[in-house]
Design a protein around this ligand. Sequence first.
Ligand code: ADP
Length: 475
Amino acid sequence: MARQENRTKVRQSLQTRLAIGYAAIIAALLILLNTYPLITTQNLMFRSQQTALYNQAALVINSLTTADGLTPETVEQAIAPLEDLEVRRMLVTDEAGLVLYDTGEPSGVGKYALTREVVSALRGNDAFASEYREGVFSSRAASPVMTRNTVVGAVCLYEDDSSQGVLLGELQHNLRLVSLVVCLAVLILFAGFSRALARRVNHLLSGIRRVREGEYTHRISLEGQDELGQLADEFNQLTGRIQTTEEARRRFVSDAAHELKTPLASIRLLTDSILQDENIDRDTALEFVGDIGDATDRLIRISQELLTLNRLDEGRTAVREPVEVNGEVEKICRLLAPLAEEAQVTLETDLGADCVVVCSREDVDQILRNLMENAIKYNLPRGSVTVTTARTEDRIRLTVADTGVGIPREEMDRIFERFYRVDKARSRAAGGTGLGLSIVRDSVRHYGGQISVAPREEQGTVFTVELPAWKEENP
Ligand code: ADP
C-alpha cells in the first residue's frame, strides 16, 4: 500500500514537474507573443503619427513666419489658405503661451495653453506625445514658431486616429486567439504525452516489482528506443544476470547437498550395519570403520574445497610472495609419484628458466596439484603427463598435457563449473569432488591470469595457465 503511494507520488511529482516546466515555457512564450508585436506595432504607429503631425506643423509654421507679427488676425490670415490640414485641432499661441488661434470646441482663444508640449515648443524644442486608448490613437505635437532665431509662438496640433487603432485592436484580438489555440494544443499534447509517459513508467515499475519479488524470468517489453526504452533494456540485461547467478546458486546448493548426502548416507548405513549386527566379526567391523573413515575424508575434502572457493569468491588471498614455479612443479611431482605409479602413468617435466610468480605458495601448489592429479586420474595405463613451464616477456606459461581419455569438445566450457564432471562415476571412483577445476580457474583469475583447455593433438588434453611474472624492479 505504502509502495503504491510512493509510486503514485513519484509519478505525480514527475508529472507536476513536467507540467510546471511546460506551463512556465508556454507562459513566457505567450507573454512574448502578446506584448512584443503589439508594442512594436504601437511604436511604429506613434512614429508615423509623429512624422505626419510634425510635417503639418512645419506647413503651419512656414505660413506663420511670413506673417507680420503674431496676432489673432495675422494668424487667421496666414492659416486661412491651409484648408487641407488633416488634424482634429490646431492651436497657435504667442511667445507667452496665450492662445491666438484655436480650431477646438470650445475655443481657447484668449486663454493660456501651457501644456507640456506647448511649454517645450516655447523653449524652442519640438515636442510630441501620443497615447492609445480604447482603439483610438490620440497624438499631439508642438513646434516653435521662430523669427530671426527667436521664439515668437508655438503651433500645437492634435489628431485622433481610430483606423490604426482598429488595426491594432484586430492584431491584439488575433494574437489572443492564437494564444488560446496554442494553449489548448499544448494542453492536449501535454495530457496525451503525460498519460503515455505515466503508462510507460507504470509498466516499467510493475516489471521491476515483479523481478524484485523473485520472478527472474520476467522481461520488460517497452516499445521505443528513448531513455525509458534503454532503461528497460538495461534492466532486462541486469535481470538476465541475476537469473543466471540465481540459477547457478540454486544449482550449487542442490549439487553441494547431493555431494554431501552420498558420503553421509554411507556413514549412516555403515554405522547401522555395525550397530545392528550383534555377531559382526572384528575384521568386517574394521573394514566398515575404514569405509566410514574414507567417507569422512571425502566430506572433509569437499568442505575444504568449498571453503577455498568461498575464500576466492570473497577475494581473500593468503600471503603473496615470489614463488619459483619449477620448484613447486618438482615438489608436486614427488607428491603424486605414488599415484602416477599406481595408474601406470609417467610424469615428465620440461622446465624453462626464470619462472617466478607472485602468488600464495599454497595456491600455486593447489593449481598444480589439481591439474596434475586430473591428468593422472583421467589417463590410461602406460600414458604420460608432461608439465612444461616457460617465461614470455611478462607472463609465466604452465602447461599440463596428458595422453588420457580426453574431454569432448562440447563439454570443455563446462568443466570449470562447480561440481561439473564429464564422467561422474570415474570422478567419484577416483575420489573427485567436481570442484578442483573451479578452484583452479578462480585462483588463476584471482592473480590476474588465464586458463584454457584444448585437446592434445594425438590424444588427451592440454591445460594452459598463464600468470603474471614477478619482476624484480616491480615486486
Ligand atoms: P574432479 O574432482 O571430478 O576431478 P574437476 O573439477 O577437477 O573435478 O574436473 C571436472 C571434470 O573435468 C572431471 O570430472 C573430469 O570429467 C574432467 N577432467 C578434468 N581434467 C581432465 C583431464 N585431464 N582429462 C580428462 N578429463 C578431465
